[in-house]
Structures are given as structure tokens and as C-alpha cells.
Ligand binder design. Structure first.
Ligand SMILES: Cc1cc2nc3c(=O)[nH]c(=O)nc-3n(C[C@H](O)[C@H](O)[C@H](O)COP(=O)(O)OP(=O)(O)OC[C@H]3O[C@@H](n4cnc5c(N)ncnc54)[C@H](O)[C@@H]3O)c2cc1C
Ligand SMILES: Cc1cc2nc3c(=O)[nH]c(=O)nc-3n(C[C@H](O)[C@H](O)[C@H](O)COP(=O)(O)O)c2cc1C
Ligand code: SF4
Length: 643
């Protein structure tokens, strides 16, 4: 596909863009503790600009200290921030890109640790998700915040930004005013649609006044809150022309707020690609300013189709910029197989930022956020390094070590490379995991890394071949607890079920409610097999708070699956399973198949062998302790840098 429309120039007010690809705001947590811009943030954004994106939008920048939503959120509330902010615009310009600053006030959607004062909001209604008290804003305070947006926009202009984007989406302060759910005011800022819209419109007008008529002003909106009692698309269709009249030059049409079920603002792998484009189109039909479409659009070919259909004028690629900053350059050359695709897992980016309180990165791209460290040092005299295991940790280690000039070889016991990702990619919506390991194997082939399958590394082999050093990435194997009857011929490990190595016959019982158990249940339900899941803990280990967790629970519920928590399995029989819950023994029957998903155990036996043979080695991934893809890929990368 030629991608002619995507790579055509585009004008927003006085700003000429070299193409219609946008990197939307992505909060990183890379700012300094005092809210100033860090070298890390600059290097990360410059790297994205080098990939050829037409317009880069910075992450949220707080227009007021009380409007910070995250620790280390970049500030734009004072002139003292201008020199630091100029570092971003200079760096993006040096790469030939254009950059807009996103102006933000979190209102009630802020974490406890961030503010010394109570968060402020249109009404004193706590955030549904973050659930901390907040204070109703006085009229004076509303006017002050409106002015703060105007002053912040002027600072962005002075700092060399090509545009500003007012963040009116995702449940932050502006959305809180727009929403009948969070705005219960009875003064001129609440009550009717017009009054709830007043705050947003006054901000757009203040920004326009402050920056003059030619300077591009974008506004991000959530087209629909998708919550009970919130505003909907019809309201946004009414508001959009009013925002245009207030001086907005382009509308960036996102969706959802913090409490939208399934987090559709940052949709997971469970949500269809391009699912939000119809909302961009609905708004585009009513305004004469450009509209930017966003929401799980990772593939430039999908963007081209959307642009050609007229759904939007520009397309935002969010997380794809984290996973592969060169994806547009590769797409332009038609090298789609070389693109490292975002799998919409949210694990390394938004969930790390919001749930783990750590800076964002990408599970699949260990270099995301590390750009400021520069290129890794090449080795002077290449060593012969064995990588044991071709799972994500081993493949990641091999790719990085090879880049440094190390003579690497990957040895894998199974007949196929990929490790646990082979079975992990089988449940519904999880194909992205196999896309990653196929990408990694392709890169390994291109780099000339031998990946030898069907070879088990043993002490004997190590003694015979004597590699100079080793990366031990041998992963983990399923544990089989001592339960009477677990050795029955109708009892299978979840991985064997997912790989369809065993015959299916329902009704089935899955033992263990972690991701492996839940996803195997999802897999079986999709195949029409009735499943009951027994979990020993009193609550399902997979919560509904993450997007994937939410959709997983929902599919299981709709598919007729039953989850029993607090259930300790005591015995497996040929056609039933006994468990004890609240002191009562229950026999579940009939049961034709039992599936175990009871955890994994590291395969670290070779660590002792390597130590005793004095072969230097580094370990990475599940072999250290069973965890996730992010740890495997990032630790593998680190081992590849250090070996
Ligand atoms: C069904 C399922 C679903 C999952 N879903 C997710 C998910 O959604 N998100 C997530 O983050 N994580 C998920 N995981 C966990 C994730 O797959 C693992 O954390 C990850 O694969 C660990 O990577 P690794 O490279 O350390 O080990 P592995 O993937 O286990 O790879 C180790 C490799 O080493 C090989 N090996 C072992 N010993 C030797 C030897 N002596 N010689 C040669 N080769 C050897 C093994 O055969 C294996 O291929 C899932 C796991 C499963 C099973
Ligand atoms: C880690 C992370 C941080 C984000 N921070 C912001 C932000 O600061 N401002 C904003 O408007 N949207 C933010 N978003 C939403 C993205 O801009 C984008 O709308 C969303 O990821 C959906 O697009 P995608 O499917 O192309 O990734 C963030 C998303 C992620 C993953
Ligand atoms: S962590 Fe997952 S969702 Fe986030 S950018 Fe990486 S692959 Fe995409």
C-alpha cells in the first residue's frame, strides 16, 4: 500500500506538517522531581521525531501546580520552566519534526502522593477510581485556572513549540466540567449543556487570545465518556462546533475517562483496532477544522485506509511510537515484517506508570526511555557466548549482544523457538505475543545469529564445547502439586491444552485462577467447552482493574464460565473433582477434563553447573523467578549489554 495520504503534507493554521502522522501525548514519568524537563525526556522525544512523525505532542504539562496528575509531571505554570521546555522543541526541530505542548490540569484525577493540598474539581465528588476527597472550585479559582491555560500557552509559544494542545479528554478537569456525572454545580459553570461547556470554551478563548490568531491551538476531547450518567457522543457533536467557534484549530478525538469500563482511552489487545474512528468521523462531519483520529491504530496501512475513507484528517499512533520509533520509516519502505508491533498489553507503559508508580517504558522495547544513555559500547575482542533458551529473555539477550559485536549462539531444547510465548499467544486476542517472537527471530536471522532448536544444554555439552560465557535464559516449567489423582490421564497442563497437544472434552475444570488459568478458560469457552475454574485464594488473582483483566472477566461471564474462589482442591477423580470451600466439601461432576495452571518453577539447575565449571554467566527472565514478558525482555537486554 502506497500510504500516499498518510505521507502527504498537512496544514493546521500556520503550522505545516510533513505528513499526517501524529504522536499523541504519552505521560512517561521521565520529568525531574521538580517538574522540570530532563535530558531523558528530551532524548526520548527526539528519538520519536527521528522516526519521521509529522507532529509530536508532549505528554501532559501542568498549567497549575495543583493540576498535576502524576509525580514528576512536567510543569508549564511558571516562566522558569521555559528554558527546560525549549530543550524539547529544539531537539525535535533538530530532527526535522514539529512539536506541540499538551496543557493539562488533572482536577480530581490525581494520585494521593502528588499534591500537598486537596485536589480541586467542579464539584466535591471524589474520583471513582482514585477515590480521594476533593474540593469544589470557587468562581475566582475557575477564573484563575482559565487564565493559567492562557499563560501556559504563551509560555509554550515562547519556548519554541509549534502548537499547543488543550487536554480536554480522559476525565481530567475540563472533562469533569463537561460531565453531568462529575459536575453538579448550579451556577454559571453547571446545570445545562451550555453551562457545563463554559469552562472548556473559556479556556479555548483564553488560549487563543494569549497566542494570537495564527498560532495553532489543538484540543483533545473524549467524544463519549462511556460511563453511566456521563455525557455521550451527541453532546460532543453539539460541543465540537462551539469549540471551533472559540478558536480551536483542530480536534483530537479520543474516548473515555478513568472509570470507563475496560479503559477504552488506552485500549487493550481485547479491543478492535481503529475502534474509535467512527467517533472522529461523526465529529468531522460537523466541523470545518481538521480532526485527528486515535485509538489502537498501530498499523500505517489502517491509518491510510481511515484517511482515504475520510474518517479523520490526521492519525495518532500512540503506543506504537514506544514499541518502535522507526515504524513509519519502515512502513514507507514497505518493510512491515521489520516493524516491532505494539501488542496493546499496557503492561510496560500505562500500567507501570499508574499501578506500579514507575516511569513508563515498553515491555517489548527495552530501549524505550533509555535513549539518553546513548548507543551501547562495542566489544573489542568478541567472546563466544551461548544463550541458553530461545524464550523472550534469550532472544532479547542475543539481539542486544550481537549489536555489540559479541559472537552469540542461541540453543533451545524444544523444536521451536519462542519459549512460553508459544502457548501464551494462543488464548483469544493474544496473538501479539507470537508476533513479537516471530519479529525477534527474523531480526536474529538478519543479524546472522544462529538459533539452534532441539539442543538441550547439559553439563556434558558445556564441558565439550566450552563457551567463553553464557546467558542463562532457561525460563520456567509448570509445577505439579501433590493432589490425589493429579496423575490421571484426563489431567493436562494448561500449556498442552493451549497448544492443542491433548484432546478437548468438556465439561472441564481449570485449577488456578492466575492469568494462565483464566486465559485457558477463555480459550476453552471460545471452543464451546463448559468450564469451572477453582481458585484457592478468596478473590480472583486477575483483577478487573486492568483493561485486559476487565475484558477477560467479561468474556468468561458472558461465555457461561464459573469461577469459584476460596476453593481448595482435595481430590481428582475420573469424572469429578472434590474441593473444600468454607469447610464444606463439594464434588463437582461430571468432569471430563482437568486442566492445571498452578504456577511455574524456575529451571535454574544449570546455574550450579555453570558456577562449578567457572563459566561466567548472567541470568535473565523466569529462570531468576517466574514473572512476565517485560522482565524477560528487559533483563535479557541488560544481560546482552553486560555479557
Ligand atoms: C499460557 C501463558 C500465558 C502467559 N501470558 C503472559 C502475558 O500475557 N503477559 C506476560 O507478561 N507474561 C505472560 N506469560 C509469562 C511469560 O510467557 C514468561 O514470563 C516469559 O515467557 C519468560 O520468558 P523466559 O525467556 O525467561 O522463559 P521461557 O519463555 O520459559 O523460555 C525459556 C526457554 O529455555 C528453554 N530451555 C530451558 N532449559 C534449556 C536447556 N537446558 N537447554 C536449552 N534450552 C532450554 C525452554 O525450552 C524455553 O524455550 C504467560 C505464560 C504462559 C505459559
Ligand atoms: C503510558 C501512557 C501515557 C499516556 N499519557 C497521556 C497524556 O499525557 N495525555 C493524553 O492526552 N493521553 C495520554 N495517553 C493516551 C494516548 O495519547 C493515546 O490516546 C492512547 O494510548 C490510545 O492510542 P494508541 O492506541 O495509539 O496507543 C497515554 C497513554 C499511555 C499508554
Ligand atoms: S508496553 Fe505493551 S501496550 Fe505499552 S507500548 Fe509496549 S507493547 Fe504497547
Amino acid at each position: 500500500m502506497a500510504l500516499e495520504t498518510l505521507f502527504s503534507k498537512f496544514q493546521i493554521n500556520s503550522m505545516e506538517l510533513k505528513n499526517r502522522a501524529v504522536m499523541p501525548a504519552i505521560g512517561t514519568g521521565y520529568g525531574n522531581k521538580d517538574s522540570t524537563v530532563s535530558d531523558r525526556l528530551i532524548a526520548y522525544l527526539a528519538r520519536r521525531a527521528r522516526g519521521g512523525t509529522g507532529l509530536i505532542i508532549t505528554e501532559i504539562c501542568a498549567v497549575d501546580p495543583r493540576g498535576r496528575g502524576f509525580k514528576a509531571e512536567v510543569g508549564i505554570w511558571d516562566d522558569s520552566f521555559i528554558p527546560g521546555l525549549s530543550g524539547i522543541s529544539d531537539a525535535v526541530h533538530r530532527e526535522g519534526g514539529k512539536v506541540a505542548a499538551q496543557l493539562h490540569h488533572a482536577g480530581r484525577e490525581t494520585f494521593k502522593e502528588v499534591l500537598d493540598a486537596l485536589p480541586e474539581a467542579p464539584s466535591a465528588i471524589p474520583s471513582v477510581i482514585l477515590n480521594q476527597p476533593c474540593e469544589e472550585m470557587s468562581i475566582d479559582r475557575i477564573h484563575a485556572v482559565v487564565n493559567a491555560y492562557g499563560s501556559a500557552a504563551l509560555r509554550a509559544k515562547k519556548a519554541g513549540f509549534d502548537a499547543v494542545e488543550i487536554h480536554g479528554a480522559h476525565g481530567y478537569l475540563i472533562t469533569q466540567f463537561l460531565s453531568p456525572f462529575s459536575n453538579h454545580r448550579s451556577d454559571e459553570y453547571g446545570g445545562t449543556d451550555e453551562k457545563r461547556a463554559r469552562f472548556a470554551i473559556e479556556i479555548a478563548e483564553a488560549v487563543r487570545r494569549s497566542v494570537g490568531p495564527d498560532y495553532p491551538v489543538l484540543m483533545r476531547v473524549s467524544a463519549d465518556e462511556l460511563i453511566r450518567g456521563g455525557y455521550d457522543l451527541e453532546f460532543m457533536k453539539w460541543l465540537a462546533p462551539n469549540l471551533e467557534a472559540a478558536g480551536v484549530d483542530a480536534l483530537h478525538v479520543s474516548v473515555g475517562v478513568y472509570s470507563t469500563p475496560g479503559n477504552l482511552s488506552i485500549p487493550s489487545m481485547d479491543t478492535e483496532e481503529g475502534f474509535n474512528l467512527f467517533r472522529a468521523r461523526a465529529i468531522k462531519e460537523l466541523v470545518s477544522i481538521p480532526v485527528i483520529g486515535v485509538g489502537r491504530i498501530h498499523d500505517p496501512r489502517l491509518a491510510e485506509e481511515a484517511l482515504q475513507r475520510g474518517d479523520a484528517d490526521l492519525i495518532s499512533f500512540g503506543r506504537q511510537h514506544l514499541t518502535d520509533p522507526d515504524f513509519l520509516l519502515k512502513a514507507r519502505k514497505g518493510d512491515y515484517d521489520d516493524i516491532r508491533w505494539c501488542m496493546a498489553c499496557n503492561q510496560g507503559c500505562i500500567e507501570r506508570l499508574s499501578y506500579e508508580m514507575k516511569s513508563a517504558t515498553c515491555s517489548l522495547n527495552p530501549e524505550c526511555g533509555q535513549e539518553y544513555r546513548g548507543e551501547p559500547q562495542k566489544v573489542l575482542s568478541p567472546k563466544r557466548v551461548w544463550i541458553i533458551g530461545a524464550g523472550p529473555a534469550g532472544l532479547s539477550a542475543a539481539l542486544t549482544a550481537k549489536k555489540r559485536g559479541v559472537d552469540v549462539e542461541v540453543l533451545e531444547r524444544e523444536q521451536e523457538a519462542g519459549g512460553q510465548l508459544i502457548s501464551a499467544s494462543k488464548p483469544p486476542h493474544k496473538e501479539g505475543l507470537s508476533v513479537w517472537y516471530r519479529w525477534a527471530l527474523r531480526q536474529a536471522k538478519k543479524a546472522g545469529i544462529p538459533v539452534k532448536c532441539g539442543i538441550t544444554v547439559t553439563r556434558e555439552l558445556l564441558e565439550k564445547e566450552k563457551p567463553d560465557a553464557v546467558v542463562l535464559a532457561a525460563g520456567a516449567l509448570p509445577v505439579v502439586p501433590k493432589i490425589s489423582g493429579i496423575d490421571g490421564t484426563h489431567v493436562y497442563d494448561a500449556r498442552d491444552v493451549l497448544l492443542e497437544k491433548v484432546p478437548f472434552s468438556g465439561p472441564a475444570v481449570v485449577l488456578g485462577g492466575g492469568y494462565v488459568g483464566m486465559e485457558t478458560m477463555d480459550f476453552l469457552l471460545e471452543k464451546g467447552i463448559g468450564v469451572t475454574l477453582l481458585e484457592m485464594q478468596d478473590f480472583p488473582p486477575v483483577g478487573k482493574h486492568t483493561a485486559h483483566g476487565y475484558w477477560l472477566h467479561r468474556r468468561i461471564r458472558k461465555g457461561g464460565g464459573t469461577i469459584v474462589t476460596g476453593a481448595k482442591v482435595t481430590e481428582i477423580h475420573r469424572s469429578s473433582v472434590s474441593f473444600i470451600k468454607d469447610g464444606i466439601v463439594t464434588e463437582l461432576s461430571p468432569v471430563n477434563m482437568v486442566v492445571t495452571a498452578l504456577g511455574v518453577c524456575p529451571e535454574h539447575q544449570l546455574a550450579d553447573v555453570l558456577t562449578s565449571m567457572a563459566i561466567p554467566f548472567l541470568s535473565a527472565g523466569d529462570v531468576i523467578s517466574p514473572r512476565r514478558i517485560i522482565e524477560a525482555i528487559h533483563e535479557g537486554h541488560r544481560a546482552g549489554l553486560e555479557i
